[in-house]
Design a protein around this ligand. Sequence first.
Ligand SMILES: Nc1nc2c(ncn2[C@@H]2O[C@H](COP(=O)(O)OP(=O)(O)O)[C@@H](O)[C@H]2O)c(=O)[nH]1
Ligand SMILES: [Mg+2]
Length: 324
Amino acid sequence: MVKLVIQIPCYNEEKTLPSVLADLPKKIEGIKEIEVQIIDDGCTDKTVEVARKHGCHIVSYVGNKGLGVAFKTGMEEALHRGADILVNTDGDHQYPGKYIAELVQPILRGKADMVIGDRQTSKISHFSPIKKFFQWLGSSLTRFLSGTRVNDSVSGFRAYSKEAMLQLNVVSTFSYVLDTIVQAGKKGLKVTNITITTNKPTRSSRLFKNIFQHMKKSGSNLVRVFVMYEPFKFFAYVSGFFIVCGLIPLLRYLWFLFQGSGDGHIQSLLAGSVLLLSGVTLFGVGVLADLNAINRKLIEESLYMQKKGMYGGNEKLKGRKYER
Ligand SMILES: Nc1nc2c(ncn2[C@@H]2O[C@H](COP(=O)(O)OP(=O)(O)O)[C@@H](O)[C@H]2O)c(=O)[nH]1
Ligand SMILES: [Mg+2]
């Protein structure tokens, strides 16, 4: 009795939503029920009317709160409605619906908690070489920071198991795509890819105005979530850098001091001391951040237990020989 919820976060998608909905699978082997829900992120056009006409479940709130909030709201609603698997796709018909059946397979077979549709960005003809390069760089960095083997880190075409839905906590309002991968990696969820192709663009991206804005927002997002999950590692590296930079001029000063000519090298003493002190202070900040992270972990565990109590666990999928 596996239930799949397909969700489409929407911000003014009245034009493309009908073709997205028409393209969704009506039946998938191994899945008993498929429900479609749209998240109305403060739409000011006829998106909600279109969705209602097609019989979708609609989740609305007041105002435009951003894709991160839309996704989080949708995930909670899916749990509430008894979803065992959640698939997320875009309202601009970027992703062909035919791949959904394939996307849920690794979860149905108990081989993954999160499946990401790899758009094969290096082969997309309308992407410029610079865009392809940054896509590659972003995904490589995400792989490094998350410890997962994700090929296309910003793809919004994904499937989540119930376990993933219970464990992932989206805290960013702007976008959730990178946070969820780093979190999944740090929480030991199994992430896998399937290869997909995308439809021709129906409009330009509304999430990013240009590639530099994309890089700035995604980069800061990625660093923030990494610091959130590995604060000690992060501060230890930064502090180590300052300490080494401080020790060099300090040792230089001491060398001259023992030679009897310390007087002319006060600059080295000053620069070295400031750098060394900064390094030690940063190490202290790292210790505090690490203690704070332990609290976050405990809160997350408590949230997980609470949600599990409310929505049940992964039992229906667990029966299928869970392989890690
Ligand atoms: N741009 C934007 N999209 C949103 C927002 N909330 C939900 N969405 C939806 O998020 C999905 C991805 O947006 P899109 O512009 O296609 O981004 P891209 O695929 O990353 O280029 C679409 O289905 C949007 O309708 C929002 O506040 N801004
Ligand atoms: Mg899109």
